[in-house]
Design a protein around this ligand. Structure first.
Ligand SMILES: C[S@@+](CC[C@H](N)C(=O)[O-])C[C@H]1O[C@@H](n2cnc3c(N)ncnc32)[C@H](O)[C@@H]1O
Length: 281
């Protein structure tokens, strides 16, 4: 994902950069940079850096690890709201959805929410559905927490880490009512195709966590990846296409345009949605 997803950058007071204006000995106009000591967490109350650590290290990852600047507003949200609405994907415990959301409503997993605008819109439009939104992108996590707080959305929880570890280690069988993967990293180079998320092994894992009848909704603006998605989903015995013609679906009303989609459309890309259902085992 390109860093153009990031909001404008500002120093983070008290976190990775401070202006120094409140500090004794501050020289007006001279900005003081706070460097963290080795081992000092970036957000003491916020998401942990690499929460699963080396425990599950040797995996091919579907995301690009990157260090991104966080705005002051995002940093503030991470500090304030993470203890309430954040979930570090450490692979060390099983998640109880009723406890996590405080109700027994259906839960949909969204993998790769980016900056979270579409996630927040979908949560607002459907307050009876809980969304567990997962990404590794720290500025996006802060942005989505802010959007949830500003819009009074209590049905979003933000996961930090690799969704595969979440699915494999932390979710129970038949626990999810849906899966959303909107504009996953396309990994266009052939040598990187193995990093694409939508592959038979991923679908087999996801199928074990999805309830029969659960909807799997994917969208991409990268046509070769769309073809691959259609091929592997159609061939997978645990899923069936909701389209009688066996093809792509038109974008359903309930999916808002995403930030990445907008960038793809600006470049003239064609967007394809795929709507599949988890079949009865
Ligand atoms: C291209 S962006 C799309 C973001 C957003 N859905 C949109 O359409 O604007 C893909 C996102 O998926 C995230 N991602 C990819 N693989 C992931 C994984 N295994 N676990 C969690 N997040 C992942 C990346 O960090 C990135 O933010």
């Amino acid at each position: 994902m390109s860093d153009s997803l990031n909001a404008p950058e500002v120093p983070q007071p008290g976190i990775s950069g401070i202006s120094g204006e409140d500090h004794p000995g501050h020289i007006p106009g001279v900005s003081v940079r706070h460097t963290r000591a080795k081992g000092e967490p970036r957000f003491p109350d916020g998401p942990r850096a690499d929460p699963a650590g080396s425990h599950f290290e040797r995996r091919i990852r579907s995301f690009q690890p990157r260090r991104s600047r966080v705005t002051a507003g995002q940093a503030d949200a991470l500090q304030r709201l993470w203890p309430k609405w954040g979930l570090d994907i450490d692979g060390q415990r099983v998640v109880d959805f009723a406890e996590l959301f405080g109700n027994g409503n259906p839960v949909v997993l969204e993998i790769g929410f980016g900056m979270g605008e579409a996630t927040a819109q979908m949560a607002a439009a459907d307050p009876g559905t809980n969304i567990l939104a997962v990404d590794v992108h720290t500025p996006g996590q802060g942005n989505l927490l802010n959007l949830a707080a500003q819009n009074g959305l209590s049905n979003i929880r933000v996961g930090n880490g690799d969704a595969i570890i979440l699915l494999r280690e932390m979710l129970t069988p038949d626990s999810l009512d849906g899966l959303r993967v909107y504009f996953p990293d396309p990994w266009p180079k052939k040598r990187h195709h193995k990093r694409r998320l939508i592959q038979p092994e991923f679908l087999s894992l996801a199928a074990t966590r999805l309830k029969p009848g659960a909807l799997v909704h994917c969208a991409t603006d990268w046509e070769p990846y769309a073809e691959q998605m259609l091929e592997v989903l159609s061939a997978h015995p645990d899923f069936e296409n909701t389209r009688a013609d066996g093809g792509f679906a038109p974008r359903p009303e309930f999916r808002p345009l995403t930030r990445f989609e907008g960038q793809g459309l600006d470049k003239g890309h064609v967007v394809n949605d795929l709507l599949f259902r988890r079949v009865q085992p």
